[in-house]
Write a protein that binds this ligand. Structure first.
Ligand code: UGA
Length: 449
């Protein structure tokens, strides 16, 4: 059992702290947000993440996990401190490091014993060295410490499983012995550990997220071409993905990537490149395609509704940026909702868990208590988050209750053939061929026909 302090109770901090406690360590989670800490002390979660509440409860009851706003409670005894604070986008897309700076300063002033400082926040290359300098220059008297970068690769919605079964753990430090000590903490996870220098570790995180985002923008661009040429992007992705050199993951065309990571990290990496005199052409294209992909949904709705959405009622299923989360940060669904509202549409929506967050972010959406309630009397239905519960809706019931039978499947969840057969005017993303010779854009107007 080791003594850990985790700073920041966002996704990364809460999941890291909880999982390390579950592995038998003693964890104190510190956050300056009193409201969040009070919630956690009362056993309530500030975020929705499957399995999190039960695991937190199990570990608090076992005395392995506690929550506080007092840094000294966490830091005086700790051997390891994890920095898991937010790094939002600054004005030019650069990562805003004010919270990392504040955490490093407080660590310096509060620590009493030798400490390994582990940075899990996604930070620009070079931040590890900068953190070392901040701690050294803020210590009232010198106490031994080392900074290790350990980027996080967990995904929202499957965060606990991702933590417990990672593909790899990356550790970077100028102090190899410190990195190896951190490796011992991760040893029970039985995954490959890459130990490298600190800047390389920081870069691995950005390059990984940027690569996954690139795959998504790639397949989204292919989807546009498929749509025009009469091919089906879901089949194209399947056919590509079987090739071991390509692999099947992150090849689902849709409404574009969202969330708190990909949009921010691609922007930050491009900004780093630009700041150092480079022209990140590919990263810029990835962002451009992503913005275009979101716009496509509104354009399709406009086209199918006869040229304008003004005065029309549009129903949206799914507001979270992806399934199994209540996170609406950079959610493509909200971009679409805002655009429809701006163009004079009435927007109704349903999401299993993200409606509270969405209503704080966008005003004017009528929230409904079921997918059927949202669809009722609407002129078009847009499916924008691939929640499981949308997969087996009673589509005949949905169709019957709508004013017009228009369905835009932003996540390619449904069979175009089946929905067209029951009477929907269906459009997916990049599904130019439905097996019956009709193109996805509703007629035979693609060059392939
Ligand atoms: C992402 C990475 O996958 C994690 O490895 C990383 O730790 C995390 O960012 C982070 O940096 O903290 P996350 O943002 O939770 O995780 O979500 P993803 O599952 O990666 O999805 C990101 C977005 O891409 C979502 O909007 C999703 O709907 C979209 N997506 C994903 C697609 O449009 N197509 C795909 O094939 C896959």
């Amino acid at each position: 059992m080791r003594q850990l302090c985790v700073i920041g109770s966002g996704y990364v901090g809460l999941v890291t702290g909880t999982c390390f406690a579950d592995l038998g360590n003693k964890v104190t989670l510190v956050d300056i947000d009193e409201r969040k800490i009070e919630m956690l002390q009362a056993g309530r979660m500030p975020i929705y993440e499957p399995g999190l509440a039960e695991t937190v409860l199990r570990n608090t009851e076992a005395g392995r996990m506690r929550f506080t706003t007092a840094y000294e409670e966490g830091l005086h005894e700790a051997e390891f401190v994890f920095i898991c604070v937010g790094t939002p986008s600054g004005v030019d897309g650069e990562a805003d490091l004010q919270y990392v700076r504040a955490a490093a300063q407080t660590i310096a002033k509060t620590m009493r014993r030798a400490l390994i400082v582990i940075n899990k926040s996604t930070v620009p290359v070079g931040t590890g060295d900068w953190t070392t300098e901040i701690i050294s220059s803020n210590q009232p008297q010198p106490v031994d410490f080392a900074v290790v970068s350990c980027p996080e690769f967990l995904r929202e919605g499957s965060a606990l499983a991702d933590f417990m079964h990672p593909d790899r753990t990356v550790l970077g430090s100028t102090n190899r012995a410190a990195a190896e000590t951190v490796a011992e903490l991760y040893a029970p996870l039985d995954a490959p550990i890459v130990i490298t220098d600190i800047r390389t570790a920081e870069m691995i995180k950005y390059a990984s997220n940027a690569f996954l985002a690139t795959r998504i923008s790639f397949i989204n661009e292919i989807s546009i071409i498929c749509e025009r040429l009469g091919a089906d992007v879901t089949e194209v992705a399947r056919g590509m993905g079987i090739d071991k050199r390509i692999g099947p993951h992150f090849l689902q065309a849709g409404v574009g990537f969202g969330g708190s990571c990909f949009p921010k990290d691609v922007k930050a990496l491009a900004n780093m490149a630009q700041t150092h005199g480079m022209h990140p052409q590919l990263l810029n294209a990835v962002m451009e395609i992503n913005a275009f992909q979101r716009r496509q949904i509104t354009l399709k709705a406009r086209e199918m509704l006869g040229g304008s959405v003004s005065g029309k009622t549009v129903a949206i299923l799914g507001l979270a940026f992806k399934e199994n989360t209540d996170d609406i940060r950079e959610s493509p669904a909200l971009t679409v909702a805002r655009s429809l509202l701006n163009q004079g549409a009435t927007v109704k929506a349903y999401d299993p868990v993200a409606m509270g967050n969405a209503s704080r972010d966008v005003t004017g959406i009528t929230l409904c208590d079921s997918p059927y309630g949202a669809a009722e009397a609407s002129d078009a239905l847009l499916v924008l988050t691939p929640w499981n519960e949308f997969k087996h809706l009673d589509m005949k019931r949905v169709l019957k209750s709508m004013r017009r039978p228009i369905l835009i499947d932003g996540r390619n969840m449904y069979s175009p053939e089946e929905l067209r057969a029951i009477g929907f005017e269906y459009r997916g993303v990049g599904r130019g061929y439905n097996g019956a010779g009709a193109s996805d854009n509703g007629g035979g107007d693609s060059p392939a026909h």
